[in-house]
Design a binder for this molecule. Structure first.
Ligand SMILES: [Zn+2]
Length: 257
């Protein structure tokens, strides 16, 4: 239904480009059709269908949390009906389980970002497994679900990390661009940088422990929406990638396709 509607809209858009006059006629339906189209719109709104191969989707991702500003961030995301993905650190899941519960209840996606943030490429296999497992357990205890995505600390990965991610059934999710929030710690700079690197199906790295990121989020979301972006989870933007457990996306520099 939603795909059909999107296809029709896509066709309508082509019509507007190719033949303006008939398109305008079509855009002014008779009253009966108008009622039908309103009903269709209501259905579409209730289901919130987003097809990221056709519209501009963007995934905001927040690492190292839940940070102490996570509650305020969740309030903002809820207000603007935006979804995000949180790559959680087990030690903070344990410290702030209420936020993890809210994230799940409010439709956000969770990822595993280790328990205590060691560099996985400098850790042995037992340590990596322990870090991932302890975080899976902490999230399950807090919110009743287990993350299905892995983002190793610092985005650093190698073949060993990939093998272990495969054992846990998780693809490795990195980012297409960073907001540089942790280094600038400046509301305007974070907004400027994020808007500069935003692209269709982009995955943006942010942090919910950076106060300025959370403070600037309402204005940033408004601007992104005005530019036509739909803020969705990572799983939405990677749908077409058909990633297998252990696959990394986007591929780290120097990795073969
Ligand atoms: Zn991190």
């Amino acid at each position: 239904m939603s795909r059909q509607l999107s296809s029709l809209l896509a066709i309508a858009a082509v019509c507007v480009t190719l033949a303006p006059a008939p398109a305008i006629a079509e855009a002014t339906p008779a009253p009966a059709q108008g009622a039908k189209s309103t009903a269709a719109k209501k259905t579409a709104k209730a289901k919130k269908p987003v097809n990221c191969s056709q519209v501009k989707c963007l995934a905001l991702t927040f690492d190292d949390g839940p940070g102490k500003y996570a509650g305020k961030l969740l309030d903002t995301l809820k207000k603007y009906d935006a979804k995000a993905t949180f790559f959680l650190e087990g030690q903070y899941v344990k410290a702030r389980p209420q936020f993890v519960k809210r994230m799940v209840a409010e439709g956000h996606e969770l990822g595993n970002h280790s328990y205590s943030h060691p560099d996985f490429t400098k850790s042995d296999g037992a340590k990596i497994r322990d870090e991932i497992k302890k975080t899976q357990d902490a999230v399950k205890k807090a919110a009743g679900v287990e993350p299905k995505l892995l983002r190793p600390p610092y985005g650093l990965t190698d073949l060993q990390v990939s093998d272990i991610a495969t054992e846990f059934g998780m693809p490795i999710i990195l980012w297409t661009a960073g907001s540089k929030d942790w280094s600038s710690k400046n509301v305007k700079a974070i907004q400027k940088q994020t808007l500069a690197v935003a692209e269709q199906n982009g995955i943006i790295l942010m942090h919910d422990w950076v106060k300025q990121t959370v403070d600037g989020m309402p204005a940033l979301i408004k601007t992104l929406k005005n530019k036509g972006y739909h803020l969705v989870t990572v799983s939405e933007v990677i749908k077409d990638q058909k990633l297998e457990p252990g696959d990394a996306f986007p591929l780290p520099e120097g990795w073969e396709q």
